[in-house]
Design a protein around this ligand. Structure first.
Ligand code: PSV
Ligand code: MN
Length: 432
Protein backbone atom coordinates (compact mmCIF):
# COMPACT_ATOMS: atom_id res chain seq x y z
CA UNK A 1 0.00 0.00 0.00
CA UNK A 2 1.38 3.43 -0.89
CA UNK A 3 2.09 5.91 1.93
CA UNK A 4 -0.94 8.13 2.57
CA UNK A 5 -0.59 11.73 1.51
CA UNK A 6 0.06 14.24 4.26
CA UNK A 7 0.92 17.92 4.60
CA UNK A 8 4.68 18.16 4.94
CA UNK A 9 6.78 20.54 7.02
CA UNK A 10 8.28 21.89 3.77
CA UNK A 11 4.84 22.68 2.37
CA UNK A 12 3.95 24.60 5.52
CA UNK A 13 7.26 26.48 5.46
CA UNK A 14 6.70 27.46 1.82
CA UNK A 15 3.18 28.61 2.60
CA UNK A 16 4.47 30.64 5.55
CA UNK A 17 7.30 32.34 3.69
CA UNK A 18 5.34 35.19 2.04
CA UNK A 19 3.38 35.81 5.26
CA UNK A 20 6.29 35.97 7.68
CA UNK A 21 7.20 39.66 7.41
CA UNK A 22 3.68 40.94 7.94
CA UNK A 23 3.18 38.51 10.84
CA UNK A 24 6.36 39.68 12.54
CA UNK A 25 5.41 43.34 12.02
CA UNK A 26 1.97 42.80 13.56
CA UNK A 27 3.46 40.83 16.42
CA UNK A 28 6.03 43.55 17.14
CA UNK A 29 3.26 46.14 17.33
CA UNK A 30 1.28 43.98 19.74
CA UNK A 31 4.42 43.28 21.74
CA UNK A 32 5.00 47.02 22.20
CA UNK A 33 1.38 47.60 23.22
CA UNK A 34 1.55 44.78 25.75
CA UNK A 35 4.92 45.99 27.06
CA UNK A 36 3.29 49.35 27.89
CA UNK A 37 0.95 47.35 30.14
CA UNK A 38 3.89 45.55 31.73
CA UNK A 39 3.24 42.30 29.86
CA UNK A 40 6.04 40.35 28.20
CA UNK A 41 4.66 39.01 24.91
CA UNK A 42 7.46 36.46 24.68
CA UNK A 43 6.24 34.78 27.87
CA UNK A 44 2.75 34.64 26.41
CA UNK A 45 4.04 33.08 23.19
CA UNK A 46 5.78 30.37 25.20
CA UNK A 47 2.64 29.67 27.19
CA UNK A 48 0.51 29.49 24.06
CA UNK A 49 3.04 27.13 22.48
CA UNK A 50 2.72 24.86 25.53
CA UNK A 51 -1.09 24.85 25.40
CA UNK A 52 -2.60 21.57 24.22
CA UNK A 53 -6.12 20.30 23.66
CA UNK A 54 -7.10 16.76 22.63
CA UNK A 55 -8.85 16.08 19.32
CA UNK A 56 -11.80 13.67 19.53
CA UNK A 57 -11.43 10.82 17.04
CA UNK A 58 -15.14 11.12 16.26
CA UNK A 59 -14.74 14.78 15.39
CA UNK A 60 -12.71 14.20 12.23
CA UNK A 61 -15.67 12.55 10.53
CA UNK A 62 -18.69 14.53 9.32
CA UNK A 63 -21.37 14.57 11.98
CA UNK A 64 -25.09 14.56 11.56
CA UNK A 65 -28.36 15.33 13.24
CA UNK A 66 -31.32 13.17 14.25
CA UNK A 67 -32.53 13.68 10.72
CA UNK A 68 -29.61 13.00 8.42
CA UNK A 69 -25.91 12.78 7.94
CA UNK A 70 -24.36 14.19 4.79
CA UNK A 71 -20.95 12.52 4.55
CA UNK A 72 -18.08 14.53 3.14
CA UNK A 73 -15.45 13.30 0.68
CA UNK A 74 -12.34 11.56 1.93
CA UNK A 75 -13.62 10.89 5.44
CA UNK A 76 -11.48 8.61 7.59
CA UNK A 77 -12.81 5.06 7.41
CA UNK A 78 -11.08 3.70 10.49
CA UNK A 79 -9.16 4.94 13.50
CA UNK A 80 -5.79 4.77 11.73
CA UNK A 81 -7.06 7.22 9.15
CA UNK A 82 -8.57 9.33 11.93
CA UNK A 83 -5.10 9.51 13.49
CA UNK A 84 -3.72 10.70 10.13
CA UNK A 85 -6.27 13.55 10.11
CA UNK A 86 -5.47 14.40 13.73
CA UNK A 87 -1.80 14.58 12.77
CA UNK A 88 -2.59 17.10 10.02
CA UNK A 89 -4.56 19.25 12.47
CA UNK A 90 -1.58 19.20 14.83
CA UNK A 91 0.90 20.00 12.05
CA UNK A 92 -1.10 23.01 10.96
CA UNK A 93 -2.16 24.52 14.29
CA UNK A 94 0.35 23.04 16.78
CA UNK A 95 -2.20 23.06 19.58
CA UNK A 96 -3.51 19.49 19.52
CA UNK A 97 -0.83 16.97 20.51
CA UNK A 98 -3.28 14.38 21.85
CA UNK A 99 -6.24 12.31 20.72
CA UNK A 100 -9.28 11.30 22.74
CA UNK A 101 -10.57 7.93 21.48
CA UNK A 102 -14.11 6.56 21.69
CA UNK A 103 -14.72 2.84 22.23
CA UNK A 104 -16.07 0.78 20.48
CA UNK A 105 -15.95 3.18 17.52
CA UNK A 106 -12.14 3.01 17.61
CA UNK A 107 -11.75 -0.67 18.45
CA UNK A 108 -8.86 -2.39 16.65
CA UNK A 109 -7.03 -5.69 16.97
CA UNK A 110 -3.64 -4.15 17.60
CA UNK A 111 -3.51 -1.21 20.02
CA UNK A 112 0.28 -1.21 20.06
CA UNK A 113 0.23 -0.55 16.32
CA UNK A 114 -2.29 2.25 16.84
CA UNK A 115 -0.24 3.83 19.60
CA UNK A 116 2.90 3.57 17.49
CA UNK A 117 1.25 5.06 14.43
CA UNK A 118 0.13 8.03 16.54
CA UNK A 119 3.54 8.38 18.23
CA UNK A 120 5.29 8.32 14.84
CA UNK A 121 3.27 11.46 14.02
CA UNK A 122 4.02 13.06 17.39
CA UNK A 123 0.65 12.26 18.94
CA UNK A 124 -0.34 10.61 22.23
CA UNK A 125 -3.69 9.44 23.62
CA UNK A 126 -5.74 11.37 26.17
CA UNK A 127 -8.88 10.23 28.03
CA UNK A 128 -10.68 7.24 26.55
CA UNK A 129 -14.47 7.59 26.19
CA UNK A 130 -16.79 4.66 26.79
CA UNK A 131 -20.03 4.21 24.91
CA UNK A 132 -23.08 2.60 26.47
CA UNK A 133 -25.44 4.96 24.67
CA UNK A 134 -25.71 2.71 21.62
CA UNK A 135 -26.17 -0.99 21.10
CA UNK A 136 -23.26 -2.55 19.28
CA UNK A 137 -23.55 -5.33 16.72
CA UNK A 138 -23.65 -8.68 18.46
CA UNK A 139 -24.28 -7.15 21.88
CA UNK A 140 -26.28 -9.46 24.13
CA UNK A 141 -28.44 -6.97 26.04
CA UNK A 142 -29.87 -3.64 24.92
CA UNK A 143 -29.26 -0.16 26.37
CA UNK A 144 -32.64 1.06 25.14
CA UNK A 145 -33.75 1.64 28.74
CA UNK A 146 -30.40 2.57 30.18
CA UNK A 147 -26.96 1.18 30.91
CA UNK A 148 -25.13 1.81 34.19
CA UNK A 149 -28.42 2.74 35.87
CA UNK A 150 -30.60 0.09 34.16
CA UNK A 151 -33.22 -1.63 36.28
CA UNK A 152 -31.85 -5.02 35.17
CA UNK A 153 -28.61 -5.95 36.95
CA UNK A 154 -27.36 -7.98 33.99
CA UNK A 155 -27.52 -4.91 31.72
CA UNK A 156 -25.57 -2.96 34.34
CA UNK A 157 -23.00 -5.75 34.51
CA UNK A 158 -22.58 -5.61 30.74
CA UNK A 159 -22.14 -1.81 30.84
CA UNK A 160 -19.61 -2.08 33.67
CA UNK A 161 -17.67 -4.72 31.72
CA UNK A 162 -17.56 -2.37 28.71
CA UNK A 163 -16.07 0.42 30.84
CA UNK A 164 -13.50 -1.98 32.30
CA UNK A 165 -12.59 -3.01 28.77
CA UNK A 166 -12.17 0.68 27.89
CA UNK A 167 -9.71 1.02 30.76
CA UNK A 168 -7.75 -1.97 29.42
CA UNK A 169 -7.69 -0.45 25.93
CA UNK A 170 -6.73 2.92 27.37
CA UNK A 171 -3.81 1.33 29.23
CA UNK A 172 -2.50 -0.05 25.97
CA UNK A 173 -2.82 3.37 24.35
CA UNK A 174 -1.15 5.25 27.20
CA UNK A 175 -4.29 7.05 28.42
CA UNK A 176 -4.64 7.99 32.07
CA UNK A 177 -8.35 8.69 32.29
CA UNK A 178 -11.74 7.25 31.42
CA UNK A 179 -14.61 9.56 30.49
CA UNK A 180 -18.06 8.18 31.26
CA UNK A 181 -21.13 9.76 29.75
CA UNK A 182 -24.39 7.84 29.92
CA UNK A 183 -27.56 8.50 27.98
CA UNK A 184 -29.63 7.03 30.83
CA UNK A 185 -32.74 8.92 31.81
CA UNK A 186 -36.45 9.02 31.13
CA UNK A 187 -38.93 10.54 28.73
CA UNK A 188 -42.07 10.40 30.88
CA UNK A 189 -42.83 11.68 34.34
CA UNK A 190 -43.07 8.55 36.46
CA UNK A 191 -41.13 6.37 33.99
CA UNK A 192 -38.13 6.14 36.28
CA UNK A 193 -37.64 6.19 40.02
CA UNK A 194 -35.26 9.17 40.15
CA UNK A 195 -33.61 8.10 43.40
CA UNK A 196 -33.20 4.43 42.59
CA UNK A 197 -31.78 5.20 39.13
CA UNK A 198 -29.05 7.31 40.69
CA UNK A 199 -28.34 4.66 43.32
CA UNK A 200 -27.92 2.03 40.63
CA UNK A 201 -25.58 4.35 38.68
CA UNK A 202 -23.44 4.95 41.75
CA UNK A 203 -23.28 1.21 42.43
CA UNK A 204 -22.08 0.56 38.87
CA UNK A 205 -19.57 3.41 38.99
CA UNK A 206 -18.08 2.04 42.21
CA UNK A 207 -17.15 -1.12 40.34
CA UNK A 208 -15.62 0.88 37.48
CA UNK A 209 -13.63 3.02 39.90
CA UNK A 210 -12.37 -0.16 41.60
CA UNK A 211 -10.99 -1.28 38.22
CA UNK A 212 -9.01 1.94 37.64
CA UNK A 213 -5.21 1.69 37.79
CA UNK A 214 -3.62 3.69 40.62
CA UNK A 215 -2.57 6.61 38.44
CA UNK A 216 -5.88 6.87 36.55
CA UNK A 217 -8.85 9.21 37.00
CA UNK A 218 -12.44 8.86 35.93
CA UNK A 219 -14.27 11.84 34.43
CA UNK A 220 -18.04 12.01 34.97
CA UNK A 221 -19.83 13.91 32.23
CA UNK A 222 -23.20 15.39 33.05
CA UNK A 223 -25.82 16.41 30.50
CA UNK A 224 -29.12 18.15 31.07
CA UNK A 225 -31.09 16.42 28.33
CA UNK A 226 -30.80 14.44 25.12
CA UNK A 227 -31.44 11.70 24.26
CA UNK A 228 -33.59 11.50 27.40
CA UNK A 229 -35.91 14.50 27.46
CA UNK A 230 -37.70 14.34 30.80
CA UNK A 231 -34.83 13.49 33.15
CA UNK A 232 -31.24 12.39 32.85
CA UNK A 233 -29.51 10.46 35.62
CA UNK A 234 -26.42 12.69 35.68
CA UNK A 235 -28.18 15.88 34.75
CA UNK A 236 -26.06 18.68 36.15
CA UNK A 237 -22.80 19.60 37.84
CA UNK A 238 -24.38 19.29 41.29
CA UNK A 239 -25.32 15.65 40.72
CA UNK A 240 -21.95 15.01 39.11
CA UNK A 241 -20.14 16.61 42.04
CA UNK A 242 -22.12 14.71 44.68
CA UNK A 243 -21.45 11.43 42.89
CA UNK A 244 -17.75 12.24 42.47
CA UNK A 245 -17.55 12.91 46.20
CA UNK A 246 -19.10 9.52 46.93
CA UNK A 247 -16.82 7.76 44.48
CA UNK A 248 -13.71 9.17 46.09
CA UNK A 249 -10.41 10.73 45.02
CA UNK A 250 -10.20 9.22 41.53
CA UNK A 251 -13.53 10.66 40.38
CA UNK A 252 -13.80 14.15 38.84
CA UNK A 253 -16.45 16.19 37.06
CA UNK A 254 -16.09 16.93 33.37
CA UNK A 255 -17.70 20.02 31.89
CA UNK A 256 -18.98 19.72 28.36
CA UNK A 257 -19.78 23.34 27.54
CA UNK A 258 -22.95 22.39 25.64
CA UNK A 259 -24.51 20.30 28.40
CA UNK A 260 -26.20 23.06 30.39
CA UNK A 261 -29.44 24.94 30.23
CA UNK A 262 -29.23 28.14 28.16
CA UNK A 263 -27.77 31.06 30.12
CA UNK A 264 -26.31 28.92 32.89
CA UNK A 265 -23.22 30.56 34.34
CA UNK A 266 -20.68 27.95 33.27
CA UNK A 267 -17.65 29.95 34.43
CA UNK A 268 -19.09 29.90 37.93
CA UNK A 269 -19.46 26.12 37.75
CA UNK A 270 -15.78 25.99 36.77
CA UNK A 271 -14.88 28.08 39.81
CA UNK A 272 -16.97 25.87 42.10
CA UNK A 273 -15.44 22.64 40.84
CA UNK A 274 -11.94 24.09 41.18
CA UNK A 275 -12.78 25.17 44.72
CA UNK A 276 -13.91 21.66 45.62
CA UNK A 277 -10.93 20.05 43.83
CA UNK A 278 -13.17 18.11 41.50
CA UNK A 279 -12.66 19.71 38.09
CA UNK A 280 -11.76 16.97 35.60
CA UNK A 281 -11.54 19.14 32.53
CA UNK A 282 -13.58 20.03 29.48
CA UNK A 283 -15.28 18.94 26.36
CA UNK A 284 -15.07 22.20 24.46
CA UNK A 285 -17.70 23.24 21.95
CA UNK A 286 -20.22 26.05 21.65
CA UNK A 287 -23.99 26.25 21.54
CA UNK A 288 -26.75 28.71 20.85
CA UNK A 289 -29.74 26.88 22.30
CA UNK A 290 -29.23 23.51 23.97
CA UNK A 291 -26.84 21.77 21.66
CA UNK A 292 -23.30 20.56 22.22
CA UNK A 293 -22.15 20.45 18.64
CA UNK A 294 -21.08 23.89 17.44
CA UNK A 295 -17.48 24.98 17.00
CA UNK A 296 -15.65 26.33 20.04
CA UNK A 297 -15.79 30.10 20.25
CA UNK A 298 -18.14 30.40 17.27
CA UNK A 299 -21.20 31.68 19.17
CA UNK A 300 -20.13 32.97 22.57
CA UNK A 301 -16.41 33.78 22.57
CA UNK A 302 -16.81 35.99 25.66
CA UNK A 303 -18.15 33.05 27.66
CA UNK A 304 -15.19 30.94 26.53
CA UNK A 305 -12.87 33.73 27.65
CA UNK A 306 -14.61 33.84 31.04
CA UNK A 307 -14.10 30.10 31.46
CA UNK A 308 -10.38 30.55 30.76
CA UNK A 309 -10.33 33.52 33.09
CA UNK A 310 -11.34 31.16 35.92
CA UNK A 311 -8.73 28.64 34.83
CA UNK A 312 -5.94 31.20 34.85
CA UNK A 313 -7.11 32.46 38.21
CA UNK A 314 -6.90 28.90 39.59
CA UNK A 315 -3.52 28.35 38.00
CA UNK A 316 -2.09 31.59 39.41
CA UNK A 317 -3.36 30.71 42.88
CA UNK A 318 -1.84 27.25 42.46
CA UNK A 319 -5.21 25.81 43.43
CA UNK A 320 -4.75 22.39 45.00
CA UNK A 321 -5.44 19.44 42.70
CA UNK A 322 -5.88 21.71 39.68
CA UNK A 323 -4.94 19.72 36.55
CA UNK A 324 -7.73 20.03 33.98
CA UNK A 325 -7.78 17.90 30.84
CA UNK A 326 -8.71 19.80 27.69
CA UNK A 327 -10.62 18.02 24.95
CA UNK A 328 -12.77 19.21 22.07
CA UNK A 329 -16.17 17.56 21.53
CA UNK A 330 -17.95 18.92 18.48
CA UNK A 331 -19.98 17.59 15.60
CA UNK A 332 -19.22 19.10 12.21
CA UNK A 333 -22.17 18.90 9.88
CA UNK A 334 -21.62 21.66 7.35
CA UNK A 335 -17.86 22.25 7.40
CA UNK A 336 -14.76 20.23 6.64
CA UNK A 337 -14.08 18.69 10.09
CA UNK A 338 -10.34 19.33 9.82
CA UNK A 339 -10.96 23.04 9.23
CA UNK A 340 -13.41 23.25 12.12
CA UNK A 341 -11.03 21.51 14.50
CA UNK A 342 -8.07 23.67 13.46
CA UNK A 343 -10.12 26.82 13.96
CA UNK A 344 -11.54 25.60 17.28
CA UNK A 345 -8.07 24.87 18.61
CA UNK A 346 -7.07 28.42 17.65
CA UNK A 347 -10.15 29.87 19.36
CA UNK A 348 -9.23 28.00 22.55
CA UNK A 349 -5.69 29.36 22.37
CA UNK A 350 -7.15 32.81 21.80
CA UNK A 351 -9.33 32.63 24.91
CA UNK A 352 -6.36 31.29 26.86
CA UNK A 353 -4.03 34.10 25.69
CA UNK A 354 -6.66 36.78 26.35
CA UNK A 355 -7.22 35.44 29.86
CA UNK A 356 -3.46 35.51 30.43
CA UNK A 357 -3.33 39.25 29.80
CA UNK A 358 -5.89 40.13 32.45
CA UNK A 359 -4.13 42.31 35.02
CA UNK A 360 -4.88 40.10 38.04
CA UNK A 361 -3.73 42.70 40.57
CA UNK A 362 -5.89 45.42 39.00
CA UNK A 363 -8.85 43.07 38.84
CA UNK A 364 -8.48 42.07 42.45
CA UNK A 365 -8.09 45.68 43.56
CA UNK A 366 -11.30 46.62 41.74
CA UNK A 367 -13.12 43.64 43.22
CA UNK A 368 -11.94 44.42 46.74
CA UNK A 369 -13.02 48.05 46.32
CA UNK A 370 -16.41 46.95 44.97
CA UNK A 371 -15.70 48.88 41.80
CA UNK A 372 -17.86 46.78 39.53
CA UNK A 373 -17.25 48.73 36.35
CA UNK A 374 -13.46 48.86 36.74
CA UNK A 375 -13.38 45.11 37.35
CA UNK A 376 -15.55 44.48 34.31
CA UNK A 377 -13.51 46.82 32.12
CA UNK A 378 -10.33 45.01 33.08
CA UNK A 379 -11.82 41.80 31.69
CA UNK A 380 -13.13 43.63 28.62
CA UNK A 381 -9.69 45.15 28.00
CA UNK A 382 -8.14 41.72 27.89
CA UNK A 383 -10.99 40.21 25.88
CA UNK A 384 -10.92 42.93 23.22
CA UNK A 385 -7.17 42.71 22.71
CA UNK A 386 -6.51 41.16 19.32
CA UNK A 387 -3.99 38.45 20.13
CA UNK A 388 -4.07 36.95 16.61
CA UNK A 389 -0.47 37.99 15.77
CA UNK A 390 0.75 36.39 18.98
CA UNK A 391 -1.05 33.14 18.14
CA UNK A 392 0.37 33.21 14.61
CA UNK A 393 3.90 33.66 15.94
CA UNK A 394 3.40 30.80 18.41
CA UNK A 395 2.30 28.54 15.56
CA UNK A 396 5.12 29.68 13.31
CA UNK A 397 7.78 29.03 15.95
CA UNK A 398 6.33 25.58 16.62
CA UNK A 399 6.55 24.72 12.91
CA UNK A 400 2.85 25.25 12.24
CA UNK A 401 1.10 27.37 9.64
CA UNK A 402 0.68 31.12 9.99
CA UNK A 403 -2.61 30.82 8.11
CA UNK A 404 -3.63 27.20 8.82
CA UNK A 405 -6.95 27.10 6.99
CA UNK A 406 -5.48 28.73 3.87
CA UNK A 407 -2.50 26.33 4.00
CA UNK A 408 -4.83 23.37 4.39
CA UNK A 409 -6.95 24.44 1.43
CA UNK A 410 -3.85 25.04 -0.70
CA UNK A 411 -2.55 21.55 0.11
CA UNK A 412 -5.52 19.79 -1.56
CA UNK A 413 -5.46 17.35 1.37
CA UNK A 414 -9.19 16.70 1.19
CA UNK A 415 -9.17 16.05 -2.54
CA UNK A 416 -6.22 13.68 -2.14
CA UNK A 417 -8.05 11.84 0.65
CA UNK A 418 -11.19 11.58 -1.48
CA UNK A 419 -9.11 9.60 -3.99
CA UNK A 420 -7.22 7.60 -1.37
CA UNK A 421 -10.26 6.77 0.73
CA UNK A 422 -13.08 5.62 -1.52
CA UNK A 423 -16.29 5.33 0.50
CA UNK A 424 -16.92 1.91 2.00
CA UNK A 425 -20.24 1.12 3.67
CA UNK A 426 -20.68 1.51 7.40
CA UNK A 427 -17.94 4.00 8.25
CA UNK A 428 -17.77 4.84 11.94
CA UNK A 429 -16.76 8.44 11.27
CA UNK A 430 -18.84 11.19 12.81
CA UNK A 431 -21.84 11.12 15.09
CA UNK A 432 -25.40 10.78 13.95
C1 PSV B 1 -22.74 13.39 24.60
O1 PSV B 1 -23.52 14.36 23.98
C2 PSV B 1 -21.27 13.65 24.39
O2 PSV B 1 -20.96 14.96 24.76
C3 PSV B 1 -20.40 12.66 25.12
O3 PSV B 1 -19.17 13.22 25.42
C4 PSV B 1 -20.21 11.61 24.10
O4 PSV B 1 -19.20 10.72 24.40
C5 PSV B 1 -19.93 12.50 22.91
O5 PSV B 1 -20.94 13.50 23.03
C6 PSV B 1 -19.90 11.87 21.57
O6 PSV B 1 -21.17 11.39 21.17
MN1 MN C 1 -19.01 15.53 25.53
Amino acid sequence: MSTPFTISADFIADHNAPLENATTEDYDALKRALARQGIDAEVLVEKVMAFGVAIPTWGVGTGGTRFARFPGPGEPRNVFEKVDDCAVIQRLARATPTISPHIPWDKVDDYTALREQAAAQGLAFDAVNSNTFQDQPGQELSYKFGSLSHTDASVRTQAIAHNVECIEIGRKLGSKALTVWIADGSNFAGQSNLTKALDRYIGSMREIVAALPTDWRVFLEHKLYEPAFYSTVISDWGTSFAVAQELGPKAYCLIDLGHHAPNVNIEQIVARLVRFKKLAGFHFNDSKYGDDDLDSGSVEPFRLFLVFNELIDADRRKAEGFAPAYMIDQSHNVTDPIESLVQSAIELQRAYAQALIVDRAALEAAQEANDALAAHLELKRAFTTDVSPLLAVARMRAGGAIAPIAAYRASSYRARKARERPIVGGTSAGIV
